[in-house]
Design a protein around this ligand. Structure first.
Ligand code: ADP
Ligand code: MG
Length: 885
């Protein structure tokens, strides 16, 4: 009986000489089928392609006669499986075309005759004879295509898990190793794979299999869909038991995406013409122009109105062509018929950006669609970028620019950037939230004939005034580019999306099993997860998240201090914290004593800290200040009684939180709205349920973790050397990570007191807190590179080098290095330092500064070898710098 693919089998699966997974011969199977107009590849053909790509299957031999069948069995050995090979039979076992566990020549003959008889009215190519796979955990992997996102990969457990529970995960192809790991982790049944009952499956080879499929599809776009159903997973390896593919001529890849080349001037235009500006109150052209004037737009304004000399006292022109100066941006707010000509005029004049607020285009039927198509052709010809039509323009409070169709009152400058489809929605939010949330840029995209949500997202991620991006989306245009852009944006700032999960039935031609499981919402979800975008359930959740991200820093750890006046809300918060990947912080004994002193006798000093009805602002301040100092507390939830909320605002504001976030909970807050607004304006999001506060903190923390890990990965990719040999021993260079606590502790313990003294300039020992701190590096502030050797089964650190951002000196990193005593003077220090210098350059540092004791000759020698310059001397310290520019 065959087991899974062993390691040697897996290694055999090397790529063909030109680096492609499939040899020319193998890919010819696909091309031929496409040429013959055959869309369905039978099991044996599919498996031959899979084997060619290094994927283990039960085999693909086909017998055309009974004798041939027997001969093949001899070759494979019993027991065998026989299956019908016919282009007309897609579901073989349903049709009686699968015979399992055949033990003898006799069994095989009987099965052969039986199948020939049963399928005598169908076209039969033969019978596949394959190995009988040992039972394993059944899984399914599939590929299907989405009109917007392109190819998708699916993973799930087989049988009822997929059929009934639809327990599957999706990702947009191609995937990374991390995506593959997350796909496996994400299914509800993942504990089964990890050995919940019995032995765990070989997750490593499953992950590699997903990556191989990803490559196979990338290199062979003719493979339209694919099902490996089932796949057996083993504690070592896996085997594909059944396979089918659907092939076709690859679709032309979309090339219309013009990209957000540079939308800066679109958001910060120096001059604006308003075509259709009017003096007549109630007209949309009045509203738009009035908004620009009343909010103090700082650039030049040109009202365009053929019947007027001036509009609101500003000189008007008959046509944009009459404006003597260059115009950066034009807003078109005239009826659709006139709009077409106006846009053409803008193009002729050389206006680079046009905002079409006029309606009556693609959203309004056939004629409008045609008009929109004509406009599109014109703007493409002139390279003009257009927002809309049928939108409400852009608001940029940092440029005092309000282009909205509805009259808007005062807006404060804020750090939230928002993309919305519809103007009415955006206006509602702006007005509704204007007391508690300040926006920076709001863009409404309307019909998105040209500029779409992804272009704006790309720009917002670059704008330094914006630190949170909110997107309200109805559909995603060119999903593939969205994933690309969103992945990069989410590394810089949180991107929160509210997407209605509409299912457009019938949009996809469903052929494979995978396709039937890939509903629009599953695909959107996959895209959001893959790119690190946070998906909000509804408007309420969206604003809860936005307020927190906009007002508070991201928690650096998952320990939370909950302060409450009632035990029940403390419990509610606690439950949700644990469900959201957070936990209650455990205060160090010293801090517990301080808590005791800060509270009345009867109070409960555990965490949640229940101050009961006597809770006062001063008490809360004391408690928070203790929490700020504790290493395990990284965020706060403060549950406050509504009636006395007002008395907490100033005190809450006066605390130095040292970059640890705090959220408030006020039950029934909608009835104490006056004080809630005050508290929000003081910078603290207020939630009406403890659950919401806990969930939001959890999502902020998860965002921070993801961002750190993605940043660390991207730094790691800049290492030019990751293996070297020291004393004939292989040494690996890599970034330190939170799992290295034991290795770090061993390393410190193995260093001599002198080496530690020279590095830390004071006696130093490995405490758990220090291990935590030194292994949990914030990639925005620090890079820690380790040299790791493998000695038999054991791993060991030989040296650690650190670059730490100097917060007081822009562009400068401080550098420190320690090599364990037996490995000093073996050029390891120089190699580590060279790599750190490379990383510092890539990270954009201009100088590296190192300070060490005068008697640290070994270190000074390393610095000199790396071309550091002697900088100065202070008592017994030497300071050296390296200029990177
Ligand atoms: P279908 O076209 O109906 O999907 P399959 O090839 O998947 O046919 O076979 C049906 C079932 O038979 C599989 O789900 C699997 O449980 C079992 N089976 C098929 N081939 C083998 C094999 N080579 N070894 C072990 N079991 C097999
Ligand atoms: Mg099957």
């Amino acid at each position: 009986m065959i087991k899974g693919s062993s390691t040697s089998q897996r290694q055999k699966a090397a790529a063909s000489p030109d680096g492609k997974l499939l040899s020319d011969e193998r890919s010819e199977i696909i091309h031929q089928a496409v040429r013959d107009n055959r869309s369905y590849l039978m099991e044996h053909e599919s498996k031959e392609i899979l084997e060619g790509a290094g994927i283990a299957t039960t085999g693909y031999l086909v017998a055309r006669s009974e004798d041939e069948a027997l001969a093949l069995c001899e070759k494979i050995g019993f027991p065998v499986v026989m299956k019908i090979v016919s282009p007309d039979v897609v579901h073989k076992s349903d049709a009686g075309g699968v015979r399992l566990n055949l033990q003898s020549a006799d069994d095989v003959r009987k099965a052969y005759r039986g199948m020939m008889d049963a399928f005598k009215y169908q076209h039969i190519e033969g019978i596949t004879i394959q190995r009988m796979a040992a039972p394993g955990i059944e899984a399914i992997i599939g590929v299907t295509r989405d009109p917007s996102f392109g190819p998708l990969i699916m993973f799930g457990l087989g049988g009822v898990f997929v059929e009934v529970l639809r327990d599957v995960s999706f990702r947009i192809l191609p995937i990374t190793e991390k995506d593959a790991a997350e796909m496996i982790e994400e299914i509800r049944g993942s504990d089964i794979l990890k050995g919940y009952r019995g032995r765990p499956v070989d997750l490593q080879s499953l992950q590699q299999l997903l990556l191989k499929i990803s490559r196979l599809i990338e290199e062979n776009p003719e493979i339209h869909e694919l099902d490996l159903n089932p796949l057996f997973l083993y504690s070592e390896g896996y085997i594909a038991v059944d396979a089918r593919m659907f092939v076709r001529e690859p679709a032309q890849t979309e090339t219309t995406a013009t990209g957000a080349k540079n939308l800066h001037d679109f958001f910060y235009p120096k001059s604006i013409a308003v075509i259709g500006a009017s003096d007549v109150k109630g007209k949309l052209g009045y509203n738009v122009f009035c908004n620009l004037v009343s909010h103090g737009y700082p650039g030049k304004l040109y009202p365009i109105n053929p019947g007027k000399e001036t509009v609101m006292g500003v000189r008007a022109y008959k046509s944009i062509r009459d404006v003597p100066d260059p115009v950066d941006l034009a807003i078109v707010i005239v009826p659709a018929k006139a709009a077409e000509a106006a846009i053409e005029d803008c193009c002729t004049k050389g206006v680079r950006f046009v905002v079409v607020e006029a309606a009556g285009f693609a959203e309004s039927g056939k004629e409008g669609k045609e008009a929109q198509a004509r406009i599109e052709a014109v703007i493409r010809k002139h390279g003009c970028r257009v927002l809309g039509p049928n939108c409400s323009g852009v608001i940029n409070t940092h440029h005092n620019m309000v282009q909205s169709i509805g009259l808007l009152g005062d807006l404060k400058k804020g750090n939230v950037g928002m993309v919305a489809q519809a103007g009415v929605y955006a206006a509602g939010i702006l007005t509704g939230l204007s007391n508690v949330l300040d926006f920076g840029i709001v863009a409404t995209i309307g019909n998105k004939m040209d500029i779409n949500e992804t272009d704006i997202l790309e720009y917002l991620s670059d704008d330094d005034h914006i630190s949170v991006i909110v997107m309200y989306m109805e559909d995603i245009r060119s999903g593939k580019r969205f994933v690309d852009v969103a992945s990069r944006a989410a590394l810089r700032k949180p991107v929160i999306v509210l997407k209605s999960g509409r299912t457009e039935a019938g949009k996809k031609a469903v052929s494979s099993h995978t396709a039937s499981l890939a509903g629009d919402d599953e695909v959107n979800n996959a895209a959001f997860k893959q790119s690190g975008v946070i998906r909000a359930r509804d408007n309420e959740h969206l604003f809860a998240l936005t307020r927190a991200f906009s007002k508070q820093p991201i928690p650096k750890g998952n320990g939370v201090m909950v302060i409450t006046y009632t035990g029940s809300l403390g419990v509610a918060a606690t439950d949700m914290l644990y469900l959201s990947g957070m936990r209650l912080a455990e205060l160090e004994p010293y801090f517990q004593q301080r808590l005791k002193n800060a509270l009345p006798e009867f109070a409960n000093i555990g965490n949640p800290i229940d101050c009961s009805f006597s809770m006062t602002p001063e008490q809360v301040k004391n408690l928070i200040e203790i929490g700020v100092e504790s290493g395990d507390v990284q965020s706060f939830i403060v549950v406050i009684q509504g009636e006395i909320l007002g008395s907490f605002v100033d005190v809450m504001k006066s605390i130095d939180y040292k970059e640890k976030p705090a959220a408030c909970v006020v039950a029934c807050k909608e009835f104490m709205i006056h004080d809630v607004v005050k508290m929000e304006q003081a910078g603290f999001p207020v939630y009406s349920t403890a659950e919401m506060a806990a969930e939001v903190l959890g999502q902020m923390y998860a965002y921070g973790v993801r961002r750190r890990s993605a940043m660390t990965d991207s730094i790691a990719r800049h290492l030019t050397k990751d293996t070297l040999s020291v004393d004939n021993m292989p040494v690996r260079l890599r970034l330190i990570n939170p799992k290295d606590i034991a290795l770090w502790t061993d390393f410190v313990n193995s260093c001599s007191p002198k080496s530690l003294w020279l590095r830390f300039l004071s006696p130093f020992s490995a405490t758990p807190e220090r291990a935590q701190r030194f292994c949990n590096v914030n990639p925005e502030e620090e890079v820690a590179l380790v040299a790791e050797a493998r000695m038999g089964d054991q791993h060991k650190f030989l040296g650690i080098a650190r670059l730490i951002k100097n917060k007081r000196c822009e562009g400068e990193a401080e550098y420190a290095i320690i090599i364990s005593d037996p490995w000093q003077n073996k050029s390891l220090g120089i190699t580590l330092s060279e790599q750190c210098i490379e990383l510092a350059k890539k990270e954009g540092y201009k100088t590296i500064r190192a300070e060490t004791l005068q008697e640290n000759y070994a270190m000074i020698r390393i610095f000199r070898r790396c071309a550091f310059n002697f900088d100065g001397k202070d008592e017994n310290m030497v300071s050296m710098t390296l200029n990177l520019s």
